[in-house]
Design a protein around this ligand. Structure first.
Ligand SMILES: Nc1nc2c(ncn2[C@@H]2O[C@H](COP(=O)(O)OP(=O)(O)O)[C@@H](O)[C@H]2O)c(=O)[nH]1
Ligand SMILES: [Mg+2]
Length: 334
């Protein structure tokens, strides 16, 4: 995998994310472009939703309890999970029980509105204001932390920001090398120490350096190994405390990375991490390769966390700022 990671393909993947001149002249066009990219990237999830829901919504008819039960089963299977599905459907059940008329057409429209409502928006500026601001990336091994850091760092660099990457995954030398190679490729400095160094110490010194050198943004990589003697959660708490000592919390975003292909497992990962340290937001990766994109709704709802970006591939431009309308319309078109 590691070798693969820095293949020629990956290099080509680092091409510039461009906004065309037409999009600048016509912001609606940009929005349309965004909708298209969500649609394309989420096509597998859309197929799953449409094959599951087409029977329910095919003909416009009056909704009864049977239909809602059928829909319930299908939404659970489309990775929305029991909790979120019940939350979405309960008001419609109550309506039907009370004998209020509701057509499938109205149901679909109102269901989409409710889905939009439960996706929390990230209200604060991103990245946070103040120099330096810190993005702290967490998540289990292989979810895409290092790749996402590279994608974001590239974006910030193109905006003219001074960046520092901190190699807080000191568990394997290869993890440090992976970040160093991204740094070289992107022309961005990486603060690192030897394999096995206490990650909290690396982060402390990395942050001190960023403060001293007046960097704009620090992106901190971490290890994600859960099934070893290494107590990841305790280590993460320590890293969090160390950063609190150097900078006000408002300048940092703790970002949990989840891999959409893991489906319901993402919920238990979120459970673990949110118990250990305060998580501010989510990035959900690998939405391109999976039909399990519905997990985004389940995890955002259950943990009341906004989604900042979604990963729709390995290319640099495949990190899209999360747009809930584009997302819902992509998986559940009218
Ligand atoms: N298809 C796809 N692959 C991704 C995405 N994000 C990361 N990957 C791949 O997932 C693998 C693991 O990524 P890595 O950043 O090393 O994960 P880490 O262990 O969390 O740092 C790599 O092969 C990445 O290219 C994505 O959005 N889509
Ligand atoms: Mg990594």
């Amino acid at each position: 995998m590691f070798k693969n990671f820095f293949s020629k393909k990956s290099q080509e993947n680092l091409q510039k994310e461009e906004t065309s001149l037409e999009e600048i002249k016509d912001p609606d066009k940009k929005k349309k472009g965004l909708f298209e990219r969500f649609k394309e990237g989420l096509s597998k999830t859309k197929e799953k939703f449409s094959s599951a829901l087409s029977e329910v919504f095919e003909v416009d008819r009056l909704v009864d309890l049977n239909l809602l039960e059928e829909l319930e089963e299908k939404l659970i299977l489309a990775d929305l999970g029991v909790e979120t599905t019940l939350y979405l459907l309960d008001p419609f059940k109550n309506k039907v029980i009370k004998g209020e008329p509701l057509t499938t057409k109205e149901l679909k429209k109102q269901l989409k509105d409710k889905m939009l409502e439960l996706l929390i928006e990230y209200e604060k500026p991103f990245p946070p204001e103040g120099k330096p601001s810190v993005l702290f990336f967490l998540g289990v091994n292989g979810v895409g932390k290092t790749t996402t850091i590279a994608k974001l760092a590239k974006r910030f660099k193109e905006e003219g920001k001074e960046i520092l990457l901190v190699a807080g995954d000191t568990f394997r030398a290869a993890a440090i090398d992976q970040l160093k190679m991204w740094g070289e490729r992107l022309g961005i400095e990486v603060y690192h120490q030897k394999e096995g160094t206490d990650p909290a110490a690396v982060i402390y010194q990395g942050l001190e350096k960023a403060i001293r050198e007046n960097k704009d943004i620090v992106l901190v990589d971490t290890a994600g190994r859960l099934h070893t003697k290494y107590n990841l959660m305790e280590e993460l708490k320590k890293m969090n405390r160390v950063m609190d000592k150097l900078l006000p919390k408002e300048r940092r975003v703790n970002i949990l990375i989840l891999d959409a292909t893991t489906g319901q497992n993402a919920l238990s990962q979120a459970e673990h991490f949110t118990k250990a340290i305060p998580i501010d937001s989510l990035i959900i990766t690998k939405m391109d390769g999976t039909a399990k994109g519905g997990i985004a709704l389940a995890v955002s709802h259950k943990f009341k966390l906004p989604i900042l970006f979604i990963g729709l591939g390995e290319k640099a431009e495949d990190l899209l700022t999360f747009d809930k309308e584009a997302f819902i319309n992509a998986i559940l078109p009218d």
